[in-house]
Design a protein around this ligand. Structure first.
Ligand SMILES: *[C@@H]1O[C@H](CO)[C@@H](O)[C@H](O)[C@H]1NC(C)=O
Ligand SMILES: *[C@@H]1O[C@H](CO)[C@@H](O)[C@H](O)[C@H]1NC(C)=O
Ligand SMILES: *[C@@H]1O[C@H](CO)[C@@H](O)[C@H](O)[C@H]1NC(C)=O
Ligand SMILES: CC(=O)N[C@H]1CO[C@H](CO)[C@@H](O)[C@@H]1O
Ligand SMILES: [Ca+2]
Ligand SMILES: [Ca+2]
Length: 571
C-alpha cells in the first residue's frame, strides 16, 4: 500500500494537472470581450443631452447581457473639453458633466456585482493647459519648473527672432512647439496647443502619474487603456537640443504630420521604460492586494515589431494588450485574402512570441464599421473578430450596426470625428432612449428606429443576436483552447471565403465561414464530417440546427456568414 503522504501528493498532482488544462491557463483578459464606451454618448441620466456616469450605471445590465467582460471608458476626468476629455485638467477628479466620485464608486460597485470589469482611459502624455501643474510650471514654481518640456528656441541671427527648437509638427498639424508669453519659452505639445506634454524624463512627473494609477486602482479599477503611448518620450540630446526630423516624402504640406518621419517623437526608449514601470507597479499592486490581473491596454499606431517590445522586450514586461488596428484598414472592397493578410500581419509576428492577439474594429477616431465597410459587412466582421483567438474590442453601437451620422464640428479639432460619436440607440422612443431632455449634444441617427437595442433584441438574426451568440461561444472550451496545438486555424480558403476553426481537440469543433464577396461561393470537401448551423447572418437561407455534410459540395450566399458546430477530430 502507498504511504498516505504519497497518496496526498498524487492527488495534489492530479489536481494540479487538471488545473493546467487549457482553460485555466487563460487569464481573464486573454480572451476577453472588451467594449469601449464614449461616455458623452452612451446614456444621459439627467436630461442635459450629454451622457454621464449614472447613465452608464443604469445600462450595466446591458453589458452583462451581451457578454462584455470589461468596458473601457473614454476619459471622464475634469477637462475644459478642447479634445473632449483627452485634455485633462485634473487626473483624479470626475468632470462635473459626468457626475461625481460617488457616482463613480456606485458605478464600479454595480459593475463588479454583475461581473463586468471597468477599465479607465489613462492619458499620461499631456494634460490640459488649464491643469494646475501647467500653471505652476509657467510660474516656475518649486518642483514644477521642469514638469513640462520647455525650451528657449533658436535665435535667428538675421531676423533676431526666436524660432521653435526643432522642426517637429504636431499630430493635429502645425508646429509641435508653442511660445508661452509669460514664461518666455516654447513648450512642447504632440497634440493640441491646449495639450502640453508632460516631461517623463523628470522623476517627479513619473511619481505623479503613478499616483494617478494608484488613486484609481484603490477605487477598484480593473485596468487602464493608455492613450497615445508612442508619443510619451521625445529625443533630447545631452546638450539640451532637439534634433530635426527627416522629411518622409509622404506629404507636400510641411504643416502636416505626415511630412516627417517621426524617428525622434515616437516610440523612444524612454517610452518603453515608462510603460514597463507602470506594469511593474500594477503587478506588484495585484499581488499585494490579491486582485485579478490589472490590465494595461496601449493605444499605439506602431509597427508589430515595436508593439512586440511594448508587450515584453525579453527582460521587461509592459502592456498586455497593445491595440491591433490592422482590421481598421479593411474597406468595402476587401476580400477574404485581404482579411487573411491583415490577420497574418499580427499573427506572424506577435503570436509566436507572446501567444496573444486582439482585434479592434472601431473607435471614436474612425468611421464606424457600417460606414467603412457597408452595413451588410457588420455581422461578418462581428463573427470574424470574435471568431479569431484572443481579445475582441468593440466600440459602442457597432453591435447593433450603427453608422456615421452627418454632424457639424463641435470641438476645436474635428477632422470629422463627431459622426462616429453620436448617441447610443437604445429603443424607438424620443432621442432613441438616450436622453429625456429637449436636445442631445450630437444628433441621434435618423436610422435609429431600425437600428436599436430594443428592436434587435426581439429578432433572432439581428446584429445584436449575432454579437451575443459570438460572445457566448467565446466561453466554450473549444474557444478557450486557443493556446493548444491545433486549437485554431484561419485562412482564406477561396479569394472571398474566410474560414476559422476552433476546437479543444476532444469534444467540439466550431467552424466559421465568412463570404466577403457578392457571389455565391461553392466549397468542395472541406472536411470529412457533418456539422450543424448554430449562428447565421441575417439573409442566410439556412436554418438553425440544419445539418451540413462538409465532405460534399456546400455553398454560401453573397455576404453570408455562418458558424457550424460538430464533434472534434476526424478531418
Ligand atoms: C484635483 O482635485 C482634487 C479634488 O478636488 C484636489 O484635491 C487636487 O488638488 C486637484 N489636483 C490638481 C492637480 O488640480
Ligand atoms: C548638441 O549635440 C548634438 C549631438 O551630439 C550635436 O549634433 C549638436 O550640434 C549639438 N548642438 C549644440 C548647439 O551644441
Ligand atoms: C528592455 O528594456 C529595459 C528598460 O528600458 C532595458 O534596460 C533593457 O536593456 C531592454 N532589454 C532588451 C533585451 O532590449
Ligand atoms: C483612439 C484614441 O484614443 N485617440 C485619441 C488619441 O489621443 C489624442 C490626444 O489625447 C485624442 O485626441 C484621440 O482621440
Ligand atoms: Ca447628463
Ligand atoms: Ca510626450
Amino acid at each position: 500500500m502507498l504511504p498516505r503522504v504519497l497518496l496526498i501528493y498524487i492527488a495534489a498532482l492530479l489536481l494540479y494537472c487538471g488545473s493546467t488544462a487549457a482553460e485555466s491557463t487563460v487569464d481573464w483578459w486573454e480572451s476577453a470581450t472588451l467594449y469601449q464606451i464614449y461616455p458623452r454618448s452612451f446614456m444621459d441620466s439627467d436630461g442635459d443631452g450629454v451622457g454621464d456616469l449614472n447613465g452608464i450605471t443604469s445600462r450595466l445590465e446591458y453589458l452583462k447581457e451581451i457578454g462584455v467582460t470589461a468596458t473601457w471608458l473614454s476619459p471622464i476626468f475634469e477637462s475644459p473639453m478642447a479634445d473632449f476629455g483627452y485634455d485633462i485638467s485634473n487626473f483624479t477628479k470626475i468632470d462635473p458633466s459626468f457626475g461625481t466620485l460617488a457616482d463613480f464608486d456606485a458605478m464600479i460597485a454595480k459593475a463588479h456585482k454583475l461581473g463586468v470589469k471597468i477599465i479607465l482611459d489613462f492619458v499620461p502624455n499631456h494634460s490640459s493647459d488649464e491643469c494646475e501643474w501647467f500653471q505652476k510650471s509657467i510660474r516656475r514654481e518649486d518642483g514644477y519648473d521642469d514638469f513640462y518640456v520647455w525650451e528657449d528656441g533658436i535665435l535667428n541671427a538675421e531676423t533676431d527672432e526666436r524660432e521653435p527648437p526643432s522642426n517637429w509638427v504636431s499630430v493635429f498639424s502645425g508646429p509641435m512647439w508653442t511660445w508661452n508669453q509669460q514664461r518666455q519659452q516654447y513648450y512642447l505639445h504632440q497634440f493640441l496647443a491646449k495639450q502640453p506634454d508632460l516631461d517623463f524624463s523628470n522623476p517627479m512627473v513619473r511619481e505623479h502619474m503613478q499616483a494617478v494609477l494608484k488613486f484609481w486602482v484603490n477605487r477598484g479599477v480593473d485596468g487602464f487603456r493608455i492613450d497615445a503611448v508612442p508619443h510619451i518620450g521625445e529625443k533630447r540630446f545631452a546638450n539640451g537640443t532637439y534634433p530635426d526630423e527627416p522629411v518622409s516624402g509622404w506629404s507636400d504640406n510641411s504643416n502636416s504630420y505626415d511630412y516627417h518621419n517621426h524617428i525622434y517623437t515616437k516610440d523612444q526608449p524612454l517610452t518603453l521604460e515608462v510603460v514597463y514601470e507602470w506594469r511593474k507597479y500594477l503587478d506588484e499592486y495585484k499581488v499585494l492586494h490579491g486582485r485579478d490581473t490589472i490590465v494595461l491596454i496601449a493605444e499605439a499606431y506602431s509597427s508589430v515589431e515595436v508593439l512586440s517590445d511594448y508587450i515584453n522586450n525579453g527582460s521587461h514586461v509592459g502592456t498586455q494588450i497593445p491595440m491591433n488596428f490592422n482590421l481598421m484598414y479593411l474597406n468595402g472592397y476587401s476580400t477574404a485574402r485581404n482579411v487573411e493578410d491583415s490577420v497574418r500581419g499580427w499573427m506572424n509576428t506577435i503570436w509566436p512570441k507572446h501567444q496573444s492577439a486582439n482585434w479592434v474594429v472601431g473607435n471614436h477616431d474612425n468611421d464606424r464599421l457600417a460606414t467603412r465597410m457597408g452595413q451588410h459587412k457588420v455581422d461578418l466582421m462581428t463573427m470574424l473578430v470574435h471568431g479569431l483567438p484572443g481579445t475582441s474590442v468593440t466600440y459602442y453601437g457597432e453591435e447593433i450596426g450603427m453608422s456615421n451620422v452627418a454632424t457639424e464640428c463641435t470641438a476645436i479639432y474635428c477632422e470629422d470625428r463627431d459622426p462616429e460619436r453620436t448617441p447610443m440607440q437604445w429603443d424607438t422612443s424620443k432621442h432613441a432612449g438616450f436622453s429625456t431632455g429637449p436636445t442631445t449634444w450630437l444628433p441621434v441617427s435618423p436610422a435609429y428606429k431600425l437600428y436599436n437595442v430594443a428592436t434587435e433584441r426581439g429578432v433572432a438574426r439581428s446584429s445584436l443576436a449575432i454579437f451575443k451568440g459570438m460572445t457566448q461561444l467565446k466561453e466554450t472550451s473549444a474557444f478557450k483552447s486557443f493556446k493548444e496545438p491545433n486549437g485554431f486555424t484561419f485562412a482564406a480558403i477561396t479569394e472571398q471565403v474566410f474560414q476559422i476553426t476552433r476546437t479543444d481537440s476532444h469534444s467540439e469543433e466550431y467552424r466559421i465561414l465568412i463570404n466577403m464577396g457578392n457571389n455565391i461561393e461553392y466549397l468542395h470537401g472541406l472536411a470529412k464530417k457533418t456539422m450543424e448551423y448554430v449562428l447565421l447572418s441575417p439573409h442566410s437561407p439556412h436554418s438553425f440546427g440544419d445539418k451540413v455534410d462538409l465532405s460534399q459540395r456546400i455553398y454560401l450566399m453573397p455576404y453570408e456568414a455562418v458558424v457550424l458546430r460538430g464533434d472534434a477530430g476526424s478531418y
